[in-house]
Every structure is written in structure tokens, then in C-alpha cells.
Ligand binder design. Sequence first.
Ligand SMILES: NC(=O)c1ccc[n+]([C@@H]2O[C@H](COP(=O)([O-])OP(=O)(O)OC[C@H]3O[C@@H](n4cnc5c(N)ncnc54)[C@H](O)[C@@H]3O)[C@@H](O)[C@H]2O)c1
Length: 293
Amino acid sequence: MLDMKTFAVIGAGTMGRGIAYAAALGGYRTILEDVMPEKLEQGLAWIRQSFDEGVQRGKVEPAACDAALKRIETARSVQDASREADFLIEAVPEEMELKLEIFTLFDKFAKPNAILASNTSSLSIAEMAAMTYRPELCVGMHFFNPVPKMRLIEMVRAPKTSDETVATCREVGRRMGKEVVVVKESPGFVTSRVNALIGNEAFAMLEAGIASAEDIDKALKLGLNHPMGPFELVDLVGLDVRLSILEYLQQTLGEKYRPSPLLRKYVAEGRLGRKSGRGVYDYTQPNAAEAKS
Ligand SMILES: NC(=O)c1ccc[n+]([C@@H]2O[C@H](COP(=O)([O-])OP(=O)(O)OC[C@H]3O[C@@H](n4cnc5c(N)ncnc54)[C@H](O)[C@@H]3O)[C@@H](O)[C@H]2O)c1
């Protein structure tokens, strides 16, 4: 097993800040970097607040929080973040070109035996690994939102990922307090693929007038024990994000994943979910947002 001491997390957005939180709490020196300085500041503020909430909820000891906060540093460039890290993970937006750029930099500046990971929700790790001279050290580490609360890491094994990399990542996940499942590389892995289908079916039923959005959400929550309804979830994830995943699955896996026309219509109208004020539900009325939070 490879010795992991220092983490580099590239991208301090929704996921990167959460991964940095979990890495620092797991005992790793953690270097966080973002191309936008204000995102880095917001990320650090979010991490501090999450530790405070962890203490208030009795989930984390105050001393462990203080120690974890001291392990977090920031860097001004991917190069600077990469040099001393043993485990590098990117959490930049879901665009292959961007991921390939970051993997090229990782490979150039990181130590020769450092692991290079992506938090992609659906893209090919093999393609990213092909940009490097170390495909055996490349892996997917798919965390879930919000990272401090979600227990799973879906590890994605590309054809050339080595057994040693898989074993090391399992240990990294364990130290971060997560459960790890290992998935052979395939579009959408397990979670995004199943979730996209459930969500798409919900849109098809809504369009056919089989039930209201509220009743479809209620049915899945109370009847199937889903913690959130499919429309509540897609409003959180973003309808545009869901549409692009479905398009990718349709291209790679077939017609079963063809996006519902209603989903396409909402995206074309700018109904992207909570982030745009309206998705399946309307969040512009204070009571509506409350009802769905
Ligand atoms: N949001 C989710 O629920 C979720 C869940 C699992 C996985 N993911 C995946 O995680 C990744 C990140 O998603 P997110 O929701 O955190 O995105 P986000 O937009 O919240 O954050 C991305 C961050 O990357 C930064 N960035 C962009 N280009 C950069 C560059 N060249 N160098 C350094 N930083 C750069 C941006 O400034 C931004 O702060 C995506 O691949 C996404 O598919 C997201």
C-alpha cells in the first residue's frame, strides 16, 4: 500500500470544499486550490462552519476539529498544490477538457508515485488516465453531496488502475470515515446511472399526467423509503446537470436513457432548479422554498 500523507484538492466549489473537510478530518495535510480566489475564501469559510455544525451536532470532537483546521492550507496554482501531495483529486466542473488539462498538470508536477483522482460523476477515468504516464495510479473517487454527511465513496476502477491503487484508496476512504464501493469504469458508474433513470421516469410520469410532482415525490419517499423525492433531488442537483448526464448515457449506453421531453423543455425555459429559483418547483415564493427544504 502506498503511503499517503498529503492531499491536494483542486476546485473549492460544492464538492472540493467537502472533500477537503473530510481529508483534513481523516488526518491528512490538505492543500486546497481554486482558480477563483473568492471561491477559495468561500470554501474555507464553509469548512469552518461545517466543523462548527459537526461539533454542535455531537458528530465531531472540538479537539479533532481544531487539529483538522490546522491541517488545511491553500495554494495559488495547480502546480503549487501538486508538488508535495501524495493524493491529488480534482473537483472542477464536469467538462472533459478541463479534467484533461488538470490531469496533465497533475502528471507533470506531482511526485512519481502520487495517486491522481477525479470526483467526476460520470466521465471516463480511462480518458483522463491516458493523458498521464501513470495510468495505474489514476482512479475515480466519486464523493456525494454534502460530503460531511454522505457516507459513500464510489471508487471507479479504470482498465489500467492497479490493485495497489485500489487498496490505497480503500484505506483513504476508511480514514475519511466513508464506506467504499468499487465499480468497474462504465458511463455513469452505478449511482449516476440508476439515479438518472429514476429521475427520467419521474419526468415521463409527470408529463403523462399520472400524478402531480408532489405526489410522485411523496410516493417515492413514503412508499419506497427514498430520503428525497426525484423532483426535490433534481432541483438540488440542477436540471441542466441531469440533462447532460442523460445525454451522455444515451450516447454511450443507448436509447433507454433518452432524456424526457419535459426535462428538455424546463431546461430550455431556464428552469434549472434551486440555483435559478425555479425547477420542477418554484423557489421564488419564500413559502414554496420552505416547503421543499
Ligand atoms: N454537486 C454535486 O452534487 C456533485 C456530486 C458528485 C460529484 N460531482 C462532481 O464534482 C465535480 C465538481 O462539481 P461541483 O458541484 O463541486 O462544481 P462547482 O461548480 O461547485 O465547483 C467547481 C470549482 O472548480 C473551480 N475551477 C474551475 N476551473 C478550475 C481550474 N482550472 N483550476 C482550479 N479550479 C477550477 C471553480 O472556480 C469552482 O469553484 C464535477 O465533476 C461534478 O460532476 C458533483
